[in-house]
Write a protein that binds this ligand. Structure first.
Ligand code: AMO
Length: 425
């Protein structure tokens, strides 16, 4: 049973004018004027203003307090109310001052200072707002797929073979046997199509990514979906369109205050997201490469906005040689694949496509790449026992929030980033 609490949240104060109430939170800001002292208290719902006569308690910011006082209307106060005649109780005092002024409207500290001090710096309303948007996005991902009859799964993060490519795996010792941190839930989500037809997973994945860029992490959160009985990759793209729209709607609904605080301009997700074949993209870009460079992604996003008024663009038909072995080729054009990337505001956000589904096609694909079958035996069992045509996608959560909010580096949309240089806090 939840014990009844007398605590009132900052955001609830306007409903309690004239009453004596108790609030609790962190001392966000203390400002002593000649005859009054203002204490701004921060809790999970927002900020509350407390006015004490005289000097008031002399406490450093971030002290944890419980305050009883009278809710008094004051048009000049935030939300039109403040707490007067307060009695202040210290729940926890500080051993150390915060590394940045959490009460300042903007966070001016450099990124390493913010990341080093994450347990404290993330308390800044502008920084926590990013993560509230992330939480609302995940809720939207789940709600959309639940609505489409998908089943949520959880799969191992320690695996016996690489799932994406051999190069960027973290190796570890698993009771004396070689093992790897999972680069994706790819094999498991495909196998579970054989059980549930439609599955999704949200969880950490690991890439031993040697790139020191603003869009790569060693650990990130992958939002994965996979579905069976498709005609081809276009059905997967249609599901992804619903997911993107559901995530945007959920952010508007569940994280409205964060959206307002950060002045986020939420995108329109077109009923049909425009798409471009990889070969056509190369022609437009005037280059001939096996993959899109970051500058190409930015250029193509601008093109989509200009030509189609869309902040989202599907690029389809990537060359098979640049896609993993499980990728389904494009019928009649075997050098291209039934796969896609979704670009959003200049960045690759999602990869997906149709997969091979026949056992013999997997054996042929591995042989063609000179890969042994043995490490994939567990994976291949699904196909030996009958799998429908299927496909799916994975969306990088930190990239999503970064592009949604116009944040320059995905380390800012990660609570505790893990990269080439960072293993703490
Ligand atoms: P892929 O490897 O393209 O596809 O990854 C999918 C999406 O994950 C994000 N991403 C990253 N984000 C942060 N740091 C990284 N190092 C990083 N690497 C990738 C990107 C990318 O679009 N199994 C396939 C998906 C599928 O086909 O279902 C896969 O993992 O947003």
């Amino acid at each position: 049973m939840i014990h009844p609490t007398t605590r009132v949240l900052a955001a609830e104060l306007p409903g309690h004018v004239g009453e004596s109430v108790e609030i609790s939170g962190w001392l966000h800001r203390r400002r002593a004027l000649k005859s009054v002292t203002f204490l701004v208290i921060r809790d999970r719902s927002g900020l509350a203003q407390v006015v004490a006569t005289g000097a008031g308690p002399d406490l450093p910011e971030e002290t944890v307090l419980r305050i009883r006082g009278t809710v008094t209307a004051n048009p000049q106060a935030p939300a039109g109310v403040e707490l007067t005649s307060p009695t202040v109780e210290v729940l926890s005092s500080l051993a150390e001052a915060p590394p940045v002024g959490l009460f300042r409207p903007a966070v001016e500290a450099a990124l390493p200072v913010i990341l080093d001090g994450a347990p404290v710096t993330l308390r800044h309303p502008r920084l926590s707002a990013l993560h509230r948007i992330t939480a609302a996005s995940v809720a939207g991902f789940r709600a959309t797929l639940d609505g489409l009859d998908f089943t949520e799964i959880q799969t191992p993060k320690v695996v016996s073979s690489a799932t994406e490519s051999g190069a960027n795996v973290f190796a570890l010792d698993w009771f004396g046997r070689p093992a790897y941190l999972a680069q994706s839930p790819q094999f498991f989500k495909q196998a579970m199509v054989g059980v549930f037809e439609r599955v999704y997973e949200t969880g950490p994945v690991f890439r031993a990514e040697p790139h020191d860029t603003a869009r790569h992490l060693g650990q990130y959160t992958s939002l994965d979906a996979e579905l069976g009985f498709i005609t081809d990759h276009r059905e997967v793209m249609a599901v992804l369109r619903e997911v993107a729209a559901g995530m945007v709607a959920s952010v508007a609904e569940r994280a409205g205050a964060a959206v307002d605080l950060l002045e986020v301009k939420l995108p329109e997700v077109p009923a049909e997201i425009p798409q471009l074949h990889f070969a056509e993209a190369m022609r437009l870009l005037g280059v001939d490469e096996p993959d899109l460079a970051p500058a190409h992604e930015r250029w193509l996003s601008e093109w989509a906005l200009r030509e189609h008024g869309s902040e989202f663009l599907f690029v389809v038909g990537y060359p098979m040689r640049k896609r993993p072995f499980y990728t389904h080729p494009e019928p009649g054009r075997p050098e291209c694949s039934n796969s896609f990337d979704l670009l959003f505001r200049g960045l690759e956000l999602v990869t997906g496509g149709q997969r091979l589904h026949r056992h013999e096609d997997y054996l042929a694909a591995l042989a063609a790449r000179g890969e042994p079958v043995r490490p994939y035996e567990g994976y291949l069992r699904s196909f030996a026992h009958g799998m429908p045509p299927h496909g799916g996608f994975a969306l990088g959560l930190e990239r999503w929030t970064a592009r949604l909010t116009g944040t320059d580096n995905i380390r800012r949309t990660t609570l505790f980033p893990r990269d080439l240089h960072r293993l703490t806090p």
